[in-house]
Design a protein around this ligand. Structure first.
Ligand code: SF4
Length: 374
């Protein structure tokens, strides 16, 4: 699978600490640099058929339909791919007008992941999103009118401008719009964001974990009642609408990341990442050099990663794979670590997979980190 990071956004959302620039001055140079990176890395993922190509960001929908098609063509020119390859584009609601959707519907993009976040203006204002509630709803309907059935929306819960009643309305609206996939995250206060600054100055109250916890568990029950499968902590899908791309990450498959700050993984023990700086990225690629650094993962790193990722999913951590991959010493330590948690019901084993029972999923990251090797 291939991920392409589009490092531009119209404006900075108050909670976001991703890598992007709000200046589009070097957009053409960036696309040329990405074309070069695709070419220079064409021998990676050899003997593999791509199952997915994912445009993330930043804001991929800031590009024109032609620019997106151009990058897809570059990828498909050099890599083998399955005929039913999933091609996802993350798009913001304010970009999904009829012209853009028409252009996308004429392209190989066959899945949209829309950054809806909320159907309420107060939430969207606090988040400093570039869209309003009417765009949030209208963009989904328009995308469906243009034939995009494989749709995901992002929703954020636990905002200080929200409460359980408002959250219930967000979920009801999602069901009414017949969206088949939802990625939903708690609003978190990241360092060096506007949200952190407002909270430190007392202008905005901090999101409350108790409230987020209530909203998270309400969402689980509500979406299950509407035939969604909760297949990863933050992801819910109707049958047949799982994200193929993200599922492959969660199964530790190999992936290639193109663009500034994009990460790659060889499916075994090497992880690499591109420089998180647009100018440096363009400069390197214009000299025919890759802008990446890499590290060889130690046994401990690989183990921690498998635990962290696997315990966030419904299928859990495959104990047979752990046995085949790691030393006796690591496994002995691990067996001792999980014993109490199994007795306390915080972990369970099913079909030789270690899992966190759903009622403890809100605490999954903490439970996983207790099992890390240091
Ligand atoms: S659109 Fe996405 S990447 Fe851009 S600032 Fe907002 S949250 Fe961050």
């Amino acid at each position: 699978m291939i991920y392409i990071h589009i490092p531009f956004c119209k404006q900075k959302c108050s909670y976001c600490n991703f890598h992007f620039s709000t200046s589009l001055n070097f957009k053409d140079e960036m696309i040329a640099a990405m074309k070069k990176e695709i070419f220079l890395r064409k021998d990676e993922l050899q003997n593999k058929n791509l199952q997915s190509l994912y445009f993330g960001g930043g804001t991929p929908s800031i590009l024109s339909g032609d620019e997106i098609k151009f990058l897809i063509d570059e990828v498909l020119k050099y890599f083998n791919f399955n005929s039913d390859i999933e091609i996802t584009l993350e798009a913001n609601p304010d970009d999904l007008d009829k012209n853009f959707l028409k252009s996308l519907s004429d392209s190989p993009v066959n899945r949209l992941s829309i950054g809806t976040q909320s159907f309420f203006d107060e939430d969207l204002k606090l988040m400093n999103r570039a869209h309003n509630a009417s765009d949030a709803e209208g963009s989904i309907k328009r995308a469906q009118d243009f034939g995009f059935e494989n749709l995901s929306i992002d929703l954020i819960y636990g905002s200080p401008t929200s409460n359980l009643e408002i959250w219930k309305e967000n979920l009801k609206k999602t069901i009414a719009l017949e969206v088949p996939h939802i990625s939903s995250y708690a609003l978190t206060v990241e360092p060096k964001t506007a949200l952190e600054n407002w909270i430190s100055k007392g202008k905005v109250i901090s999101p409350k974990e108790e409230e987020q916890n209530k909203e998270f568990y309400y969402m689980i029950d509500f979406l299950k009642d509407h035939d969604f499968e909760h297949y990863e902590i933050s992801n819910f899908a109707k049958p047949g609408f799982h994200s193929r791309h993200n599922s492959a990450y969660w199964k530790y498959n190999e992936y290639l990341g193109i663009g500034p700050s994009a990460h790659s993984y060889n499916g075994f023990d090497v992880r690499s990442w591109n420089v998180a700086n647009n100018q440096q990225y363009i400069k390197k690629l214009s000299s025919n050099l890759l802008a990446k650094e890499e590290e060889v993962l130690s046994q401990e790193d690989q183990f921690n990663e498998m635990i962290m990722i696997g315990l966030r999913t419904t299928w859990g951590v495959d104990l047979e794979s752990l046995k085949n991959k790691f030393s006796e010493q690591i496994l002995e330590k691990f067996t001792a670590e999980i014993k109490n948690k199994l007795n306390d019901g915080i972990l369970k084993i099913e079909n030789n997979h270690l899992k966190i029972p759903e009622k403890h999923w809100f605490m999954a990251d903490g439970i996983a980190s207790d099992l890390f090797l240091v």
